[in-house]
Design a protein. Structure first.
Length: 401
């Protein structure tokens, strides 16, 4: 019997779709002109980039001239935070507000800004992984230059009240950036209606290639150039463009945002079927709010089963999943996101993240459920912690300590 392959790690990355690849191929072959060249071959490549920019803008409710293509989501995050803070420092605004459970592209950028003398407030996210607009309102000070709050968390999938937070920032005259790398294509986004000044996104989460992303920056915001050099990206990020990937990104966002309600209607019941079935396993918990979470995100902890062992067991059964985020795999520290919810180390260590998509089938879901149940049972059979729990030597609380 051939092993069933199930890809349930779409928050880590996604497969390039046939439609995206088809759109890209001409720009890797005959369409090799430099977009800055004035002859037709160059102009064609330039037009292809502008067409992708239009698609990006349309998907986000922005204007094309407000979209800047970048090398990845991390680059967009770095540029937004460092750019705004460096610009506003001269006006005495040296305070930034973010959350404790952002992606490292934000947290490490904040750490770097702190070394330069900027002050950062890290808002707690509560046991369900949600920030409230009131928390943001209370944290804003006269010297606050920027609020940066992720749209949806990459590990637990919780969706933040972005329009409400944006409204507060606007009322208080503070710029608002959101890392929407996990949200684009999963949540309907309109930067105007949702009061967003700056937004980061990444191609490889929406079936475009790795190594391409974008920063939306509202018209009128001026921050230092990311790369000085040529006139590419209106002089703000120099360097000959990655034409094929940008074209792929344009096609990918067009497809990803074409019918978000339809995808939600299809994927949410599959996600809930997984959560309900796995909740039968003793000593487990769902991490993050049950309802305000991305359509494809399941993040659960199974006490007495190590995350790494679960992943290896699932891999043997053909399932790609994750424990914490892909970026922190290889580290033995429990995920900062799960710790931010208030979980103890034992519970955080036994976490499993499954991120399904509209490519997932009901048969895939059956295979996931059966395999996770089997793997947790087998992993616990080898766990001294589980043995101690079973014979009453150790007590572990599943909730917040
Ligand atoms: N922000 C979030 C929330 C992410 O999930 C990721 C990637 O996992 C990034 C930023 C970084 O994106 P990229 O891999 O394109 O640099």
């Amino acid at each position: 019997m051939t092993k069933r392959f199930v890809y349930a790690d779409n928050a880590a990355t996604t497969q390039v779709s046939d439609e995206v690849l088809e759109a890209m191929l001409p720009w890797l072959k005959e369409g090799y002109g430099n977009p800055s060249s004035i002859y037709e071959k160059g102009r064609q490549a330039g037009h292809a980039i502008e067409d992708a920019r239009k698609k990006m803008a349309e998907a986000l409710g922005a204007q094309p001239q407000e979209i800047y293509f970048t090398g990845c989501g991390s680059e967009a995050d770095n540029w937004a935070l460092k750019g705004v803070m460096h610009k506003l420092a001269s006006k005495g605004k040296k305070h930034l507000i973010t959350t404790v459970f952002e992606h490292h592209a934000i947290l490490h950028t904040c750490a770097s800004l702190e070394k330069e003398g900027f002050e950062i407030t890290y808002l707690p996210v509560g046991p369900l992984g949600l920030v409230t607009p009131e928390q943001v309102a209370q944290a804003i000070r006269p010297d606050t230059g920027l609020v940066s709050i992720m749209y949806a968390n990459n590990e637990i999938g919780t969706i933040q009240p972005i329009p409400e937070i944006g409204k507060i920032c606007r009322e208080r005259g503070v710029l608002f950036h959101t890392d929407a790398v996990q949200a684009v294509g999963n949540v309907p986004i309109n930067v105007v209606e949702q009061n967003i000044d700056m937004l980061s996104m990444s191609g490889h989460k929406i079936h475009a290639p790795k190594g391409v992303g974008a920063l939306y920056m509202k018209k009128g915001i001026v921050i230092p150039n990311l790369i000085d050099g040529g006139e590419q990206e209106r002089g703000r990020r120099a360097g000959t463009e990655n034409v094929a990937s940008i074209v792929g990104l344009g096609r990918a966002i067009e497809l990803a945002c074409a019918d978000i309600p339809g995808k939600i209607a299809k994927v949410t019941p599959m996600r809930d079927r997984i959560i309900d079935a796995l909740s039968d396993i003793p000593m487990c918990r769902l991490n993050g709010d049950r309802n305000r979470r991305l359509m494809g995100n399941v993040n659960m902890s199974f006490v007495g089963a190590e995350g790494e062992a679960i992943l290896l067991g699932l891999d043997l059964r053909g399932i790609c999943a994750s424990s914490g985020s892909a970026c922190t795999t290889g580290s033995l520290d429990p995920s900062h996101v799960l710790l931010a919810l208030g979980l103890c180390h034992e519970v955080a260590h036994g976490s499993l993240r499954l991120t399904i998509s509209d490519w997932t089938t009901e048969e895939d879901v059956d295979h996931i459920i059966a395999s996770v149940k089997e793997v947790i049972t087998k992993t616990r059979e080898m766990s001294p912690l589980w043995e101690d729990i079973q014979n009453g030597k150790k007590k572990i609380s599943l909730g917040v300590e």
